[in-house]
Write a protein that binds this ligand. Structure first.
Ligand code: FES
Length: 126
């Protein structure tokens, strides 16, 4: 059901865990399946210097978390906000149709973390 890239990312996910010095944290969940994705970022001068995730979810959710964090590392917050779940799926080489919704968590978690930074951290510095 899953392609090799998805299985590889699930077995050896990158950027797993919590970043203690994170200044941006976003958590989202899927009410239907109950899966939860949390993304941590260290942002300096609008650049995502480091990023990690903790996902309690299915194979597709773990794999999308892994590639999504790789896709935004080193990017500006504006670039990260433009990442779509379709791009994450493309990076994975596709997902089964019934698993496409899992990739939405990655897009939403990135947006939630960046918004946390913009609203809570950056706003306080201004
Ligand atoms: Fe819940 Fe995949 S089934 S995120």
């Amino acid at each position: 059901m899953y392609n090799e890239k998805v299985i590889e990312e699930f077995r050896n996910p990158k950027n797993v865990g919590e970043l203690e010095n994170a200044n941006a944290v976003g958590q989202v969940g899927n009410a239907t399946c109950g899966d939860i994705m949390k993304i941590f970022m260290v942002i300096e001068d609008n650049i995502i210097k480091d990023v990690s995730f903790q996902t309690f979810g299915c194979t597709a959710a773990i794999a999308t978390s892994s590639v999504a964090t790789e896709m935004i590392k080193g990017k500006t917050v504006d670039e990260a906000l433009k990442i779509t779940n379709a791009q994450v799926v493309e990076e994975l080489g596709g997902l089964p149709a019934q698993k496409l919704h899992c990739s939405v968590l990655a897009e939403e978690a990135i947006k939630a973390a960046v918004n946390d930074y913009l609203q809570n951290y950056k706003a306080k510095q201004a």
